[in-house]
Design a protein around this ligand. Structure first.
Ligand code: GLU
Length: 446
């Protein structure tokens, strides 16, 4: 059971596609808040839009959330909670706060155009409030189905945003919002409030594009006699060009990043800490971020995602990944060995790069041998120490080569590197030599 004063948050995606980085931001910020306060995390699928919501998208969201490291305490689907919304509609009608309207889209368009001509804001004129019973009966007889609007108080609604500080939304400058469509389906506004009341949500943490909704929704909370939760509106993540992420573009979804081999924590760090004063650096767990991220650190300015920063962060995470963290993933690639991992990890940009780099140890390697080094490498082969080998073998070998050829520095080391690894750069040869072993080294020398 949820104790009455415990923190309860919810993340409420609309399952109309896979989630992108911009959606991951509130998912994570809510998670951090719950973890920091020992609270409960509700995953709420906002699937009242039957035309666009799919179960497949909802299932995908669950997968993406789990991949990021978030495990909700409770999952609810708005499509299964219609009875609660129907009951709220009755309450609001009885309180005189929900009224039927019969205007068609075209009529509303004409009203808005007229308002614009008169230089007035295009606010709904509440004409439906003055309809008589006969008027309504006539519309119904014509086959018109009413949509229902919430009658706003029209006042400055104030709240203390836990991210942005004191806010005022003046509902006098808004149209009475439609809560129920002509076909009886619900828009997002009412179900969200009903669920927040029913699930005893204490903190609503969401993007700042919802600030004006909050003004409306606080009035609905009050009209339903519910406890108004605290609100926190975070800055929105934009792509590198400053554009909002869009699900419909289908690009840069969380699952795309997963398929491209990024670490989940790298995606979580970028999605949550971009546009905050907590530095983007390597954190091992979401809890570590939760403990360090105070909401006062969330910038009031923009949060622009930098893909290069993601690549660099991902590389740093892989470079510092201990063997215990890598061993399971290595074995699923058919690889093993702590020494191999510790030697090669700092060459990787993504974890799976290890498949290529491991070939330096396991082979096959395509040696690079230039003609002018052929004699030098033949001598190197002859001077290769006998086993057993250890970390000193490399210097014994190269010291002997130095003495007999006079080569030093790059002229000494680069031909050996190119022959043994088939590359111009890479891991320390002293350790690599031991892992490769004498037989394979002999094979790579001419
Ligand atoms: N489904 C809404 C959205 O994705 C939820 C907003 C909210 O958190 O209340 O924008």
């Amino acid at each position: 059971m949820i104790s009455p004063d415990a923190v309860v948050v919810r993340w409420a995606p609309s399952p109309t596609g896979r989630i992108h980085l911009g959606n991951a931001r509130p998912a994570l910020l809510n998670w951090f808040y719950a973890r920091r306060h020992g609270g409960t995390y509700v995953l709420r699928m906002d699937d009242t839009d039957h035309a666009r919501s799919t179960r497949e998208s909802a299932d995908g969201i669950e997968v993406d959330l789990a991949w990021l490291g978030i495990t909700p305490d409770l999952l609810v689907r708005q499509s299964e909670r219609t009875a609660l919304y129907d009951a709220a509609v009755k309450t609001l009608i009885a309180a005189g706060r929900l009224y039927p309207c019969y205007e068609t889209e075209e009529e509303l368009d004409r009203k808005r155009a007229r308002a614009r001509l008169l230089n007035k804001p295009p606010i709904y004129d509440r004409a439906a409030l003055s309809l008589s019973d006969e008027d309504r009966a006539r519309f119904e007889a014509e086959g018109r189905k009413p949509h229902w609007r919430f009658k706003l108080d029209g006042r400055p609604v104030q709240f203390n945003d836990i991210i942005k500080g004191p806010q005022t939304v003046n509902t006098a400058s808004m149209s009475d919002p439609v809560l129920v469509r002509g076909d009886g389906s619900y828009l997002y506004t009412l179900p969200s409030v009903v669920d927040d009341i029913d699930l005893a949500i204490t903190h609503v943490i969401r993007g700042e594009d919802h600030v004006s909704n909050t003004g409306t929704q606080i009035e609905i909370f009050e009209a339903l006699g519910g406890t108004v939760p605290a609100f926190g509106h975070h800055n929105l993540l934009t792509d590198a060009e400053g554009q909002g992420f869009s699900k419909r573009l289908g690009s840069q979804s969380v699952s795309d990043f997963r398929d491209e081999g990024y670490e989940p924590i790298a995606i979580a760090i970028m999605a949550s800490l971009t546009g905050t004063s907590l530095p983007i650096e390597t954190y091992e767990t979401l809890d570590e971020i939760a403990n360090r991220l105070d909401f006062s650190m969330i910038s009031h300015g923009s949060a622009r995602f930098d893909p290069i920063e993601l690549d660099n962060l991902n590389a740093r995470l892989v470079h510092t990944l201990p063997y215990e963290g890598a061993v399971g993933r290595l074995s699923s690639l058919g690889l093993e060995g702590e020494a191999m991992w510790l030697l090669l990890r700092e060459n990787l940009r993504k974890f799976n790069d290890i498949q290529d780099w491991a070939k330096l140890v396991t082979g096959p390697v395509e040696p690079i041998i230039v003609d002018e080094d052929r004699d030098f490498l033949a001598l190197a082969k002859a001077l290769l120490p006998s086993e057993p080998w250890d970390e000193n073998t490399w210097s014994q070998w190269t010291d002997a080569l130095k003495t007999s050829t006079g080569r030093k520095g790059k002229a000494l080391f680069l031909p050996l590197r190119m022959a043994l690894t088939g590359r111009h750069d890479g891991p320390e040869l002293k350790s690599l030599l031991v892992l490769v072993g004498r037989t394979a080294c002999l094979d790579r020398l001419p």
